[in-house]
Design a protein around this ligand. Structure first.
Ligand SMILES: Nc1ncnc2c1ncn2[C@@H]1O[C@H](COP(=O)(O)OP(=O)(O)OP(=O)(O)O)[C@@H](O)[C@H]1O
Length: 559
């Protein structure tokens, strides 16, 4: 069994890529594919040709990628190509009393540019956790081991979450894979990435158009003219089917705005505006009807192909049409991987393991029903008109099959090949400047504040009321000795009141913090410093107005 050829460190990405694409078409990889017999027990779906076809298909991208590369001479250009691989990835959650639970158990896989990888599995199987760890935003009570590599390098993704989790990687010990070396360089990399979480973090007071346009101003670099930014935002709105609600407020808990499905589409729209290299989507179609799901997913898949984006999406219940849009499928069951490969080969894989999907049944529904053991005890076979084997047995069979099959061998080789594209890891984020960010954030925040009746106008009315009350109480207080005491108590009262009113602004501040924190966490488009500035300007404006009222009142009434 021949090991894969390692690319030389220091090669340009073009040469590295071309040599790889060349290998796929006529060289090493093809001959390896053809010369390697499938391991015993490999299911028919693991046909050698399938693997090679898969790579040949990839070589079609080479021209496009070369084109991208050739045009990228400017220092601030974005390198769009992201090969994301993870190996032997495990995540454990720790409870308060020393208890712990394994959430992900030794997962290996990869996501490639121009493709959509769907993560599927029963609720609670670990899809969000996998997205979180890949995006570098794992919770504080979680510990992870394994390797995550971007273009062959261990990267530091966000908030100090190094993806260099443990060494040595198991894969390096496998005899059929060439070692990557003991300790690939740990670097801090700014990848233009996007994460659409399950909860939509949007400012309730903005309209759909405003939300998307502000994001365009923040995400797109200053070299893009404002008119072009607006045009891109408007185009994205239309493409997400939001033209009809473009001028509607997003809304929140207090005032109802657009629907849940529309909010979802706004979130996706905002995140995909700058065509990020790496996109994580957590249930992008939740709350959408089947037609809307299909349109949204087909737009994402088309963008992935045309912009060479690497898309990883956790999905629930995709329809047949949506399922066909996925390039690859990673099926999880209680933290373990029961399938990884081409989505189109999943039925064949299940069939080869004795689980034949009934005719006219949605394959993803069938897979999920087979591997869900949450409801086994309450499951009524007659009522469901379906006899299913024990989910635990199915999961074990599939996990064993994935590990031992030719598919697993191919997957690891592909992941390893991607890991070796080390020279491709120079990614640079193109974004608006500090000045633009500060300006846009401040403007957005002021608009938000003025429209928030509870936060701004109600407080304004209270300040006016206070001014009138104090003015009336202390009117003509005089200039004798007793008036000094009256003035002192008035000053004490107003300063205490203003402090209390400032505390009242906390809920809005917390809401803003959620949005800001999220964007900072995944390193999208603004940073702490800009937020500090924004918060200061905002608070200063609010208090200046309140204090101005008081000062005018006090000076006028007390002299
Ligand atoms: N911080 C945490 N501490 C303890 N357990 C956790 C934590 N986060 C997640 N879990 C557990 O890990 C498992 C996987 O959770 P995760 O949110 O990744 O599942 P999921 O597949 O995304 O679920 P769903 O499809 O319902 O969103 C669940 O059993 C969950 O209870």
């Amino acid at each position: 069994m021949r090991p894969l050829r390692a690319s030389t460190t220091g090669q340009t990405f073009v040469s590295s890529w071309s040599s790889w694409a060349g290998c796929n078409s006529f060289g090493i990889f093809t001959s390896r594919c053809q010369s390697t017999p499938p391991p015993t027990g490999a299911p028919p779906g693991d046909a050698v040709e399938a693997g090679c076809d898969d790579h040949t298909q990839y070589s079609h991208n080479a021209g496009a990628l070369d084109g991208v590369d050739a045009g990228n001479h400017q220092e601030d250009e974005v390198r769009r190509i992201v090969f994301l691989t993870w190996d032997d990835l495990s995540v454990t959650a720790f409870g308060n009393k020393g208890s712990h639970a394994m959430i992900l158990d030794g997962l290996t896989g990869y996501a490639r540019p121009g493709e959509v990888l769907a993560l599927m599995g029963p609720s609670g199987c670990g899809k969000t956790t996998l997205l979180d760890i890949l995006a570098g935003r794992l919770g504080p009570n979680m510990k992870a081991t394994g390797d995550i590599l971007i273009n062959g390098r261990r990267e530091k993704l966000a908030f100090g979450t190094s993806v260099r989790l443990s060494t040595p990687s198991l894969r390096h010990d496998k005899t059929n894979i060439k070692s990557l070396g003991d300790s690939p360089q740990l670097i801090i990399l700014t990848v233009l990435k996007a994460y659409v979480t399950q909860d939509d973090l949007l400012m309730a007071t903005l309209t759909v158009t405003e939300a998307v346009r502000y994001s365009a101003q923040l995400q797109l670099p200053d070299t893009v003219p404002p008119a072009e930014k607006r045009a891109r935002a408007d185009r994205a709105i239309r493409q997400m089917g939001l033209a009809g609600v473009a001028d509607n407020r997003i809304g929140g808990r207090v005032c109802k705005g657009i629907s849940g499905g529309q909010r979802r589409r706004v979130s996706i729209c905002i995140e995909l505006l700058a065509s990020p290299a790496l996109v994580f989507l957590d249930e992008p179609t939740s709350g959408l009807d089947s037609a809307a799901s299909f349109h949204v997913m087909s737009r994402i898949a088309r963008l992935a192909r045309t912009e060479k984006m690497t898309v990883v999406a956790a999905m629930h219940q995709p329809s047949n049409e949506v399922f066909e849009l996925f390039d690859r499928l990673c099926l999880l069951a209680y933290g373990r991987m029961v399938y990884f490969g081409l989505a189109s080969e999943a039925i064949e894989f299940f069939d080869a393991n004795g689980f034949t999907c009934p005719l006219r049944r949605n394959p993803s529904d069938y897979f999920l029903t087979l591997i869900n053991k949450d409801f086994e005890e309450s499951y009524d076979a007659e009522e469901c008109n379906l006899t299913l084997p024990s989910a635990a047995k199915v999961i074990q069979t599939l996990v064993d099959s994935v590990k031992s099959s030719r598919r697993s061998f191919r997957m690891e080789n592909e992941a390893c090949t991607m890991d070796q594209l080390q020279s491709a890891s120079l990614l640079k984020k193109r974004q608006a400047t500090f000045f633009t960010n500060s300006l846009v954030l401040t403007k957005r925040s002021l608009v938000n504040m003025h429209r928030d009746k509870g936060y701004y106008w109600l407080r304004f009315v209270i300040y006016i009321g206070l001014c009138l009350s104090i003015g009336t109480i202390y009117l003509n207080v005089g200039h004798n000795i007793a008036s000094i005491q009256a003035r002192a108590s008035m000053i004490m009262f107003t300063s205490t009141f203003i402090t209390m009113m400032a505390i009242g602004g906390f809920p809005s501040f917390v809401e803003d913090m959620k949005v800001i924190n999220f964007n900072t966490e995944i390193q999208t488009y603004y940073v702490d410093t800009e937020f500090q500035l924004l918060a200061t300007v905002r608070q200063a404006k609010k208090h200046a107005e309140g204090r101005l009222c008081h000062s005018v009142n006090v000076v006028a009434k007390l002299g």
